[in-house]
Design a protein around this ligand. Sequence first.
Ligand SMILES: Cc1cc2nc3c(=O)[nH]c(=O)nc-3n(C[C@H](O)[C@H](O)[C@H](O)COP(=O)(O)OP(=O)(O)OC[C@H]3O[C@@H](n4cnc5c(N)ncnc54)[C@H](O)[C@@H]3O)c2cc1C
Length: 481
Amino acid sequence: MGEPGAGQEHVVVIGAGIAGVLTAAALAHDGRTVTVLDRDDLPDEPAPRPGVPQGRQPHLLLRRGLLAIEELLPGFGDELRAAGAVPVDTGDLAWLGAAGWSPPSRQLEVLLATRPLLEHLLRQRVLTSPGVRVVGSRRVCGLRRGGPGEPRWWVDAAPAGWSDGPAAAGADAAPEAWPADLVVDASGRASRLPTWLAALGVPPADVEELDAHVGYATVRVRPPAGGVGSAGVVVLPGRTGGGGLALPTETGWWTVSGVGAGDHRPPRDLPGLRAYLAGARDDALARVAAAGPLDGDVATHRQTGNRRHRYDRVPGWPDGLLVVGDALCAFNPVYGQGITVAALDALALRRADAQGRLTGPGGAARGVRACARLAEVPWQMATSADRALAGLPASRAPMSVLAGRWIAELERMSTHGDTVAQAALSRIYQLVAPPTSMFHPRLVARWLRTRARGYGPPVPRPPVLPDVLPDVVPDGVGGGR
Ligand SMILES: Cc1cc2nc3c(=O)[nH]c(=O)nc-3n(C[C@H](O)[C@H](O)[C@H](O)COP(=O)(O)OP(=O)(O)OC[C@H]3O[C@@H](n4cnc5c(N)ncnc54)[C@H](O)[C@@H]3O)c2cc1C
């Protein structure tokens, strides 16, 4: 299929999600052709699709993610804005953390949009890169090494209608074989790479997992302009109660989601979800849900565990094979890191490719190690917070204990109006500053002053409209497993 010219390198990317298209953009240079295969019939306009079952859930793009995408695709932020994405300063969000409400302040601007819009614009933009094509309705079903005189890899892809094998499809049917010098697995959480590697005789990678059993249930609401009284609402879920988020999107609709862990996962039906929101740690989300007409088709999602494959530690990693995005390392989405890490993967591969071609001997192992390294900080952030959410004992490593206590102190200062402490945490959360920045001497000095003078009054609950909530039936709150 689609043989490239002699001497021209051909890259096959498995999956046209966000990691796949950004990696295609990063690797498309020097006359390479890049083919992105996706199992879905890809829509020509922003629309949810089956291959991305999380597509109707809120997708917050962290500040670091937007910067990384801009580095790969200059001007993309303007394109997103022009398509209607809503610019919001995170300091304008009504934000209820573990310790209380955050103060209103100037923090970092983010762009709020639906996942289908973000993915659509990225795909359209990447298609303008020379040598890149995206082919839909191709489910990759196997990976083979090429024989002598053949390309390095063959990627087997089943077109639409080809089901479980030649016998089922008819004697002459066979999947298409795409030749590749470099294969990139960007097929997300559903990646079948472990199975394909086993068939190739590659030693299995260790898998690290921590699942706090977080569930999402989302509806859409159309409040009148100014009908919420806040730029958006975030209520972090806790061990003892549910939370969620309500954010505007480019469509004029807001997504309102119940988000909770374990016994506090939101139910799947609308009356249950309304009751859940009203009974969450704060009823601000129920107020947004009541602020306008509601599309009551509840979209739920529960595949949210943290999982990373340690391909970076597999001895004798095959040349010409890369793994990015959720296929390499998937996070509990509550922390909004997945897209950002996918964009950072693409940037890291572009840099690694510039240092020495990823198609060369050892190049892919270097690329996999670079991606694994950059996932380390977000992984530590997500899993240490999720240990608490899952009711697991906290790490006893002295540095983790110190960091946990210090974060709790900064949160406490923030919820008593200290916007410098708030900014420090926000920059770490948005991945624009390293975790070590929280130990800056200026913050320690502020904390000492606060201890001496007192914390001051807590930040009051920000107003979220409407003032009066409609009656909700309390049945079905929590549970929902
Ligand atoms: C409920 C929920 C909420 C989330 N919210 C956020 C958020 O707020 N912020 C954030 O940054 N991230 C969020 N994420 C994570 C985010 O969706 C992903 O991390 C991000 O999209 C990167 O994923 P990916 O491109 O690796 O995989 P995906 O987006 O899952 O894309 C995988 C692609 O591969 C295709 N595919 C799969 N198998 C095959 C195959 N065999 N052959 C061909 N194609 C195949 C699929 O069709 C799909 O297009 C959320 C995730 C969930 C579950």
